[in-house]
Design a binder for this molecule. Sequence first.
Ligand code: PLP
Length: 363
Amino acid sequence: MPFIDLASQYQALKPRIAERMQRVLDHGQYIMGPEVAELEGRLATFTGAAHCITVSSGTEALLISLMALGLQPGDEVITTPFTFAATAEVIVLLGAVPVFVDIEPDTCNLDVSQVEARITPRTRALMPVSLYGQVADMAPLNAIAERHGLPVIEDAAQSFGATYQGRRSGALSTLGCTSFFPSKPLGCYGDGGAIFTSDEALAQACREIRVHGQSARYTHTRVGVGGRMDTLQCAVVLAKLERFEWELQRRREIGARYGALLEGTRVRTLVVRPDRDCVWGQYTVFVDQRADVQARLQASGVPTAVHYPKPLHRQPAYAAFAGADEFPCSDAASHRVMSLPMSADLTEAQQDEVVDALRAALG
Ligand SMILES: *Cc1c(COP(=O)(O)O)cnc(C)c1O
């Protein structure tokens, strides 16, 4: 069984994907073709944000967002150490300083109650991550940001399609960034990403930064990057949008079913707060003696993964930013998290096989 079943999704959408890609090959506008604006319109409507700017990856979405905010060397950005490295990487790339705040032990998202104490005169932005497909606690975070006049960037790479208090991930703060890496909830067939905002000036800045800071052809108003998402990848996402709502529903159902099947085992499941849903970008649980359990599952043909085995304050490239600060919940999670097979096409039979193998592995 695959960890993420992209093959079944492709089989289901094959004619639509072929048709969409063929159209691009026929019109030949490989860069900034009509599918780019079409996708941006569809995704803006989907999230409820006024603007969507597609970019070349989720990482580039985060980088361009910080550049649009005018992040300067020495500025501080508050974020979580329990995330994929890209979140902190873009801060450091711009010469700024990631200030880590620990996570909630039951959701693995930023512990918002610890944020305000870490704000200094150098703080320039707050960057929560909606890990595993569940939105971080944006309402209190936005309230803190407002009190201090700070922008909030949601790293929504794993949570596209999730809702928080009835609104979509990506459209909950100053800027929202997502990724269309193939294994994310909405993936393309290569690299891609998007920025969402309802701030007109920031949207314009992101559009310019995406194309080398050009406000008009060969007028480089600001320093930018080569950060466009190509037309073929936009065509793939457009084709995949056809059944995306169904996929989100399946992900929620499969997540709920995993939760029910794992009740009474020695595995602890992630808590989903009542004011939001989880689209299970990863179906991640907490387990003791993880390496042994993983090895036994592997032997029974059930693939697993660890997101993430080492928090950023323990990574050579980022440890110096944490100094002597401690992040006990991130450390504890990093030793126990294990992700199980998850995709919209996972069948009940496959899911039963995973859970049976897991029960056997737990002894
Ligand atoms: C995948 C991911 C990214 C980076 O997205 P890419 O498209 O691979 O660049 C950033 N943050 C988080 C939390 C991610 O999971």
